[in-house]
Write a new protein. Structure first.
Length: 1160
């Protein structure tokens, strides 16, 4: 087998990441600030990002004739791709069929294409100076009785077009990059990327920039390393001379992830031993030179009288075993590339490839495919040519010497059981590195005791049996005596506890582990007795529900539930339990009814972990602070916050008891609840009166205190009684409850109830939430309703509980026809998110709400605008976005109640800079514009980045006579004409009435070394980026002049931003100011009163935050208000010291945690 280094690397990385998070908390320095000092720019990633794996369609490849094409404005050229392999009806035919190729400009606007799709080519026209990147793909084709698939994502092709470059610098780089051929591939089989190192310098350059797939990379002197992904990678080098002119070099370097498979031919499925022969094959490799009709034709393997030919093969060698060829027949290298190796001795055998892939072909020299315009005439006298291609990864094969079993022992030699008992035996094989670690179990009297292959015993009847464990040729035995079950007096339950068992952690990518089982046992009530422990309750819950459970021999901890064993998902995996929401600090059997640590009403949850429980809770939180206090009644004042430790609990006047069910961020912490010297358990009833003081103390457990952070916290709650005053309603809302989704065929679920509550009116009060209104509607109509323990969501209505119709079922709420993006308890009258006239609908879903609306509609388009008055023109259609709303002339307000096809979409209604709620009255007059924006949201269907639609409604009165014509300007003072000055190199323009034709607009591009760039980046969140960085100044008679009036500045940003409102940052006078504008025809235009250094802010992936709070704002008058810079500061050296010290501490913590599981 191949040596696997990834598991150890992954563990180290996991530990380091955990350490980084902890250190971030300690030093209060955000990780993204550290990351900012590593990032080198805010450029956008170019191309299709793929995974490091072998795609099933990896053979569907493509060739382009260009990696980089240099052009001048007005030039044209053809971009004519080849599908490889070619589509032909048989091996000797030249009836080449070409698929439909798709051409897309993914960067820049310096070129145009005459078509987006063609079976032949796209004509490229150079429009203006700049750099553009074209992506090329193709569709599947049916031909010759078979399907020829579409291009594989990993083979997506790219061509770079540079137009009008005038740079005088000379770029020098390594020969392997300078002369990179599209026939070559860098293959790798470990990690997400493969390093590609090269040298770069530039004579006559002021600055040098190197990018990989659009993102800048930093070098070490003149040495750069590009971490190539599983795709065609775009490496760019830009050299800027003293005049600011650019010279560039681009290469498209292919890297592909492959699988190397080693199979034992001598003993299939067994580890390799001396004398065995292995077959080694490769998946993901393709032909370096494909058959192209009349251009190239790979030769076949031959030893005939006509001559010897090696065709195409992978070349590998081992310094002990010699040379090996993974040889194909002719064109089939992708599937025919294996070779056999016989290993005579044990050891580690490393195979390396000095030269890569060898190939011979008839036909034209390499490069003929670049200049060909199609298939020509066959050349019957074509010579045989040959060359070496690509690079192949090294790999190591382990051949182990057979280590025989020397001994096997059992943890018990004798055992007494009663009929019906279940027990287990543990076997130990020595030496620990014995080749055969398999233990075979048997019973000589299966009518007395049975044993499975995990060593689990079941006592069947009275008698004796010998249980034998065998490993190799060695055996060990245990004599088991089974007695009749003694009569036990009937026990009386002393209470009921709730038991749940779940396995929810998904299997990480790359791990061949069993998939997570999900919920195995949910909220099952079981009786408990005087002599019970927590372990007894768990076993009883499993047995009563037919779930197999196994314990260790001494029954101190659980080894397996429902067939899932400890260590099944790695060395850190196993079963862990919480009692009342907290991990136990000792074994389950130590929590007993007799000692009061286990009692009626307790809640037990057994969960499977893959990492000592750190994947079940936030072990990085070592403050001891609580997520909630979990009080069952009353109102806390102030509102609960984790770092506020004193509260008043105001309860109704007749309240005599309260209880607390605290919840922690880190479930390993210990919590104690006390009143004076008396302690209370989680959920216990605590007697209270006016002034009772309750203390809840949360302390990090011992293994977490190794981090030396905090000793824990105590929350003090003082009880206060209050007569509730008569409330005055502030409005009325409408509540409906319905269960309309039919039960699918084959499911034994309750039938849908239909309408449970239909348009019921209920009053709302100042302190109400939407959840309160739902509860009130149910209570007033005698409908049962239940909530989770913290009353944050509805668990059941009218006897229909969540999960009752499958693991995806439950109650969903809509407010005014839209699914809420927050809990119903967070929509309050106080915060204005819940108001008079609102419509609330509770609906039962079987599929996370996807069966209640059309989640496949990700257009964002609306079903209706829901106008309350007037006439729309044109008539409403979902794909028409501009309307005129004609209303009676005395109308002063309108409202909109929009309806969507997908109720998950997010809707905003804006007018005159204000945002309005669904159905709210909007003040209007002639010309008022109302914008209704819908952003698509779906959890089942991919949504395009930045997707949204905006419907613009302009208000018009029926009678316009009340709107007189605007005043005409004084004819004696004609209005000045606007003059536009443009910098042709960068496309930046300035328009204003005070500009004159003898002025010049001077623009230069900012670099990362400019102070302005550093200040601009500091002024934005780390989740945002900035591009289009320019220094802009105005000159007249050779001198810089200031603007005398407001002007409009236009910066090129690309047509993909059309319609977007974006922020532009201006750095001048040591201050960063924010401007805003809308993008039209690829340019963003903003009003300016000053010139200086500019940059355009863009959202990075996954973030939609505003820059408003972090920047100074600048209006047309030049006034500004500066905020606080929060990111971009240099990393201080003391934080690096924290990192180094923290690493050792966390590794120590991991070792201790491993011993903590279930109190072993």
């Amino acid at each position: 087998m191949i040596r696997n280094r990834k598991k150890w690397h992954n563990k180290v990385v996991s530990i380091m990441l955990a350490m980084l998070m902890v250190v971030s908390v300690v030093v209060q320095y955000p990780l993204n600030s550290i990351a900012e000092n590593v990032q080198t720019g805010s450029e956008e990633y170019l191309g299709v990002q793929t995974e490091a794996k072998v795609y099933d369609d990896f053979e569907n490849d493509i060739w382009l004739q260009y990696q980089q094409k240099e052009m001048q404005v007005g030039d044209t050229t053809n971009l004519q791709p080849w599908r490889v392999e070619q589509i032909i009806s048989n091996a000797v035919a030249n009836d080449v069929q070409r698929p439909v190729f798709h051409f897309e400009i993914i960067k820049g606007d310096s070129i145009s294409l005459d078509t987006e799709s063609s079976t032949e080519k796209a004509v490229v026209t150079a429009e203006k100076p700049g750099t553009s990147v074209v992506k090329v793909t193709y569709d599947a084709v049916e031909y010759g009785g078979k399907t020829w698939g579409a291009i594989s994502p990993v083979n997506t092709a790219y061509a770079v077009f540079t137009v009008g470059e005038t740079g005088t610098a000379t770029i020098n780089c390594s020969e392997k990059l300078q002369n990179w051929r599209h026939y070559d591939t860098i293959y790798y089989n470990e990690g997400d990327t493969v390093p590609f190192t090269f040298e770069v310098s530039a004579d006559g350059a002021e600055s040098l920039k190197v990018t990989l797939n659009g993102l800048e990379i930093q070098g070490d002197g003149n040495t750069y390393t590009a971490n190539l992904e599983n795709r065609s990678n775009i490496i760019g080098i830009e050299a800027t001379d003293a005049d600011g002119n650019v010279k560039s070099l681009y290469r498209v370097v292919d890297a592909r992830f492959i699988e190397i498979n080693v199979e034992n031919k001598t003993n299939p499925d067994a580890a390799l031993e001396p004398g065995d022969t292995a077959n080694i094959s490769f998946r993901g490799v393709t032909m370096p030179v494909y058959k192209l009709a009349t251009i190239y034709n790979p030769v076949w393997t031959s030893n005939s009288a006509w001559g010897k030919s090696d065709a195409t093969y992978l070349s590998y060698s081992n310094e002990t075993l010699g040379e090996f060829k993974g040889q194909c027949q002719q064109w089939d290298l992708a599937t025919n590339n294996d070779f056999d190796v016989t290993f005579e001795e044990a050891g580690e055998y490393t195979f390396t490839s000095q030269n890569g892939i060898f190939s011979e072909w008839w036909g034209s020299p390499l490069g003929a495919d670049i200049t060909a315009n199609g298939s020509g005439e066959p050349n019957l006298n074509a010579p045989v040519l040959k060359d070496w291609f690509s690079t192949l990864p090294s790999f190591t094969v382990s051949v182990k010497k057979d280590v025989p079993v020397e001994n096997i022992t059992l943890d018990q030699e004798t055992l007494e059981l009663q009929v019906g008992d279940v027990s287990s035996l543990q076997a130990t094989v020595t030496p620990a590195d014995a080749t055969n670690q398999t233990v075979e179990w048997s019973s000589d009297h299966t009518d007395v005791v049975t044993v499975d292959q995990d060593g689990v015993l079941n006592a069947v009847s009275a008698g004796k049996a010998v249980i034998t464990a065998k490993a190799g040729e060695k055996t060990a035995a245990c004599e088991v005596t089974v007695k009749e079950k003694s009569e036990q007096p009937e026990k009386t339950p002393v209470g009921t506890v709730t038991v749940s068992i779940q396995d929810m952690i998904p299997t990480p990518d790359g791990e061949d582990w069993p998939e997570a089982k999900g919920v195995i046992l949910k909220n099952t009530n079981v009786s408990i007795y005087e002599d019970d422990s927590m372990m007894d309750a768990i076993v009883r819950a499993c047995e009563e529900n037919g779930i197999k459970i196994s314990l260790n021999a001494s029954k101190t901890y659980i080894t397996a539930v429902d067939g899932l064993e400890e260590f099944d998902r790695g060395a850190a995996s196993g079963w862990m339990g919480t009692l009342n929401g907290w991990f136990t600090d000792k074994g389950f059997a130590s929590f007993t009814v007799a000692d009061g640590t286990f009692a009626d009403g307790d809640v037990i949850t057994l969960e499977y972990t893959t990492n000592y429980g750190s994947d079940l809770t936030d072990t990085t939180d070592v403050t001891g602070e609580l997520k909630s206090l979990g009080n069952n009644t009353g109102d806390l004042s102030p509102e609960y916050k984790r770092d506020v430790y004193k509260y008043t609990l105001t309860v109704p006047k007749d309240t005599t008891e309260v209880s607390f069910r605290p919840e922690n961020f880190n479930r390993y912490n210990n919590v104690a609840i006390r009143v004076g010297d008396k302690s209370y358990r989680y959920g216990d009833a605590i007697p209270v009166s006016e002034g009772t003081e309750i203390k809840i103390t949360s302390t990090p457990t011992s293994f977490m205190s190794l981090l030396g952070l905090k000793d824990g916290v105590t929350y003090t709650i003082t009880v206060k009684s209050l007569e509730e005053p008569e409330k005055t309603p502030v409005g009325t809302v409408t509540v409906s409850v319905q269960d309309m989704v039919s039960t699918p065929e084959g499911k034994d679920w309750p039938e849908a109830k239909g309408v449970i509550l239909d348009n019921v009116k209920v009053s709302i009060y100042e302190d109400d939430t939407m959840l309160d209104a739902i509860e009130r509607a149910c209570v007033e109509n005698n409908i049962e309703i239940s909530f989770d323990s913290n009353k944050t969501y509805v668990t059941g209505i009218d006897g229909l509980e969540q999960l009752e119709r499958g693991e995806k079922s439950g109650w969903f709420v809509t407010l005014n026809g839209w699914f809420t993006d927050d809990g119903a308890g967070n929509f309050t009258v106080a915060n204005g998110k819940f108001a008079d006239g609102d419509i609330v609908t509770m609906e039962y879903s079987l599929d996370y709400g996807n069966d209640l609306t059309d989640t496949t509609d990700v257009t964002g388009e609306l079903k209706s605008l829901g106008i309350n008055t007037g006439e729309l023109a044109p008539q409403y259609s979902r794909d028409v976005y501009e309307y005129t709303l004609t209303i009676p002339k005395d109308t002063k307000q309108v409202s909109f109640a929009p309806e969507s096809f997908n109720r998950y979409d997010k809707i905003t209604i804006q007018s005159n800079g204000n945002e309005y709620r669904y159905g709210a009255a909007i003040p209007v007059e002639e010309g008022t514009i109302v914008n209704i924006t819908s952003v698509p949201v779906s959890y089942t269907t991919p949504v395009e980045p930045d997707a949204k639609v905006t419907y613009q409604v302009t208000v018009k009165y029926e009678d316009d006579s009340q709107n007189p014509d605007p005043e005409k300007p004084d004819p004696q003072e004609p209005e000045k004409e606007e003059i536009t000055l443009t910098d042709t190199q960068y496309g930046v323009s300035l328009t204003g009435k005070e500009l004159t034709k003898d002025m010049q607009l001077v623009v230069s591009k900012l670099t990362k070394d400019d102070a302005a760039v550093d200040e601009i980046r500091k002024a934005i969140p780390s989740s945002k980026g900035v591009f289009a960085l320019y220094h802009v100044e105005l000159r007249q008679d050779g001198k810089e002049v200031a603007l005398s009036d407001t002007a409009k500045l236009s910066l090129p940003v690309g047509k993909k931003y059309n319609g977007n409102t974006m922020d532009v940052l201006l750095y001048t006078g040591g201050e960063v100011k924010k401007l805003s504008g809308t993008v039209t025809d690829g340019y963003i235009t903003v009003k300016v009163t000053q010139l200086g250094d500019f940059g355009v802010v863009t959202d990075m992936a996954g973030d939609g935050a505003s820059t408003t709070d972090k920047l100074s704002s600048a209006d047309g008058s030049g006034n500004s208000q500066t905020g606080t810079v929060k990111t971009g500061d240099s990393v201080k050296i003391e934080y690096l010291v924290y990192l180094i010290a923290g690493c050792a501490v966390v590794i120590t913590a991991v070792v201790v945690v491993k011993k903590k599981r279930q109190g072993k």
